[in-house]
Ligand binder design. Sequence first.
Ligand code: PZK
Length: 334
Amino acid sequence: MELAVLPRERSLESGPVSAILDLPLVSSGKVREMYDAGEAVDGPPHLLMVASDRISTYDAVHPTPIPDKGRVLTGLSVFWFQKTGHIVANHLVSAIDGVPEPVRGRALLVRRLQMLPVECVVRGYITGSGWKDYQATGSVSGIALPDGLRESERLPEPIFTPSTKADVGHDEAIDFERAAELVGDRALMARVRDVSIELYSFAAEHARSCGVILADTKFEFGLDESDPAHPLVVGDEVLTPDSSRYWPADGYEVGHGQPSFDKQYVRDWAAGYGWDKKPPAPAIPDDVVAGTRARYVEAYERIAGEPFRAWLERTGATVEGAAGGGRSAPDGAA
Ligand code: PZK
């Protein structure tokens, strides 16, 4: 088997899978890749979005993968795509048909869109860069907020705080008017803002009923010219721990930063280890990997309301690298 002789650095867990997928790489992020999946004769173009098990903290990717992280994020994204189809169309085509066997569970076939050049952030709580901006100016993205807010406090209502997509470094916060200029259509941008807030509000209410606070999240939208009835489509991953801040509702306390539902073990360990938070990120010890993996699986199970192995079984996920292609939903996978 070819898989068995791939060096660890190029395995599915830690690196791009172009070598084994044999599809053209369109785009790659810190922890996932996008491939050109071609098109049926006369059909629309499709992409294959693949989530790796790589994890980043403080903007640096650790050399140690978190087993199942990519499959948890993909399963959560599909859960939310299915739950929010009444709010807006999405780019999901299939998690099974057209998804190559080695990446089942961690990859989605999606419609290729004309992506809008803005990141659509919605905040229900004041934290992170929003908290910094508020402390400095009393506003976030041009939206004036009440005086006297404390760190991590819930906002009177969710706010739309778009940003530009920076190729390198951090995205730059912009106001609605600047976002409308970049998109070139103010009415479309108003619809994108309204849909973003509706998606956030719907998801935050569901998450809260599962004991999880959805503090903020980021969406990316595109236009599908082949579907004149539903030109606006939400793409990317939606409402995953990598595109959102999830906090445990237990222990939520205003006045300081909150622990991350998924990454807090890694951050706590890194702080004690003495990492200066500058690249390269250190290797993660086995017990911290296991604790973090358990948190991702717990996030899936709490939010999706089913065992994680149900996702693996539905998608025919296999043991990667196993001779003979492995088998579905291995014992102990969840
Ligand atoms: C697209 N990205 C960012 C996402 C990566 C990079 N449906 C679409 N149509 C056209 N382009 C994109 C999408 C989506 N989603 C998104 N880059 C291109 C991105 C995931 C992995 F490496």
